[in-house]
Design a protein around this ligand. Structure first.
Ligand code: MG
Length: 347
């Protein structure tokens, strides 16, 4: 019999995480476990306050889940279809079940999830994120991340140019730029993107408000750098429209409702000629190890959400000199997971 357990958890960050739309020093999370014939699968859904879900909404959603009608975890398509139909929204809560289910299936099959999906083990350098602060403070943070191949720079401030100039005095690492919808004037944004290209920038993430589709389409038609949709691209159904607005998509499991739809999103985006980026929220090693299973389909990877936390209850993928390494273990590949030792923490 399939049995679902869940615990709200509060992931603590070592540094304040500030973007153009807010700041936080913790991340409310729902942790899940699915058991079947003595085997455990682990999942997670991170719920930063900006996105509408809370530990209370996740607990309410997961309390409605009744898996007694499913005889085996291998009916993943049916099980996850049932979960998705329980209520609209709740993408992170749904992801927490999806990830646990895939971890469980992988363990029962003695296969890493990427192999179950027919994907090779990918080797990617993850970017490390420098969040918004004074230009001097951001340059100092960039220096701390000198071992990483890529830096992801959060912008969308009144002094974006000074920030880049300050960081370039200490670092020549290529930049992923994330404006988090912080640029309002498309002409100014285009000028700035031309300048950022000269500053060794790889791509631009979510420059304009997600609602400004005309502005975004205008910018994408002219930008000398790829533009990646994040806030403007949530689930599979949004990709068709996104193909007219962005050159690529940032897939996050907490948006896609987990690995199964995340896989479909990556395949669909590639079929449409779009770039694929794998991203994350502030998450434990559970969510990060799960997302890394899709690495073979990604052009770029930003899976650093577990690296600056102080109470990650799991161990899984490792990062050395920025290189993200899968563990090769079955399921999502956790090397440490002890459900009973995890103390539920209300945010
Ligand atoms: Mg983003």
């Amino acid at each position: 019999m399939l049995k679902l357990s869940f615990k709200p958890y509060d992931l603590r960050l070592n540094h304040v995480f500030r973007i153009s739309r807010g700041a936080r020093s913790n991340a409310p999370i729902i942790l899940t476990r699915l058991t079947y014939e003595g085997v455990e699968g682990f999942g997670e859904g991170s719920m930063p306050p900006l996105y509408g879900e809370t530990p209370a909404s996740a607990v309410q959603f997961l309390s409605k889940v009744d898996l007694s009608g499913f005889k085996t975890p291998f009916d993943a398509e049916e099980i996850l279809g049932y979960i998705d139909a329980l209520a609209p929204g709740n993408a992170a809560a749904k992801a927490s079940v999806d990830i646990a289910l895939h971890d469980l299936i992988g363990k029962l099959l003695h296969l890493p999830v990427h192999q179950y999906f027919g994907l090779p083990a990918a080797k990617h350098h993850t970017s490390m994120t420098v969040t918004i602060d004074s230009p001097e403070a951001m340059a100092k943070r960039a220096q701390e991340f000198a071992a990483f191949k890529y830096l992801k720079i959060k912008l969308g401030t009144a002094n974006d140019r000074q920030i880049i100039e300050a960081i370039r005095t200490v670092s020549s690492q290529p930049f992923f730029i994330d404006a988090n919808q912080g640029w309002n004037q498309k002409e100014d944004a285009l000028d700035f993107i031309h300048w950022l290209k000269e500053q060794n920038t790889v791509f631009i993430e979510q420059p304009m408000l997600k609602e400004d589709k005309d502005g975004q389409a205008w910018l994408a038609a002219r930008s000398p750098l790829p533009i990646i949709g994040d806030e403007g691209v949530q689930r599979l159904e949004s990709i068709k429209e996104a193909a007219n607005l962005y050159h690529g998509i940032n897939i996050k499991l907490v948006k896609s409702t987990g690995l199964r739809e995340g896989l479909k999103m990556a395949i669909t985006a590639k079929a449409l000629g779009m770039k694929v980026m794998l991203g994350c929220m502030s998450e434990t090693s559970c969510g990060i190890s799960a997302a890394a299973q899709l690495g073979a389909l990604a052009d770029w990877v930003d899976l650093d959400g577990n690296l600056d936390t102080s109470n990650d209850p799991y161990q899984g993928v490792t990062v050395n000199q920025g290189l993200l390494a899968l563990t090769g273990l079955p399921g999502i590949g956790l090397t440490h997971a002890d459900w009973d030792e995890i103390q539920s923490i209300a945010p």
